[in-house]
Write a protein that binds this ligand. Sequence first.
Ligand code: FE
Length: 165
Amino acid sequence: MYSNMNSSTHPMAAPEIAVPALPEDERVWVPQAQGVWFRPLMLNTMQGQWCNLLRVRRSGILSRHLHPNPVHGYVIKGKWHYLEHDWVAETGSYVFEPPGEIHTLVVPEDCEEMITFFNITGSMIYLDAENRHTGYEDVFTKIDMCRAHYETVGLGGEYVDQFVR
Ligand code: FE
């Protein structure tokens, strides 16, 4: 029941998120690996899904992984490709990664920096060359990484809470 005719938001609805996707404060970027960071935007614990920016400032193979669920990507800057496909995702490209797909993300040598928005449902399952599982990520491991990083850099662990629903 909408309690107020002037309000467009149901009282049970979760609060909105509206932030500059590219943060001014470098500390908002969470280190993921050497030359790799992510910036959380929406960490959805109800559906096991998350939206983030991935920023890469090195070339070569990033990871080989499997998505059991769909992934949507939009390239904001730079370019990258998958070893398993012959297309290149460039600035402005949209990519749909279907459930069940295994692929190996590569940033080419002539790309100094790539930034891509990803909407990921479920998990990332990391694989070695023989498709053996080497690790995984989900919305909860992402929240934990953010909390630990924001604690370390002085933003406070609770800084991540604004992105969690
Ligand atoms: Fe992927």
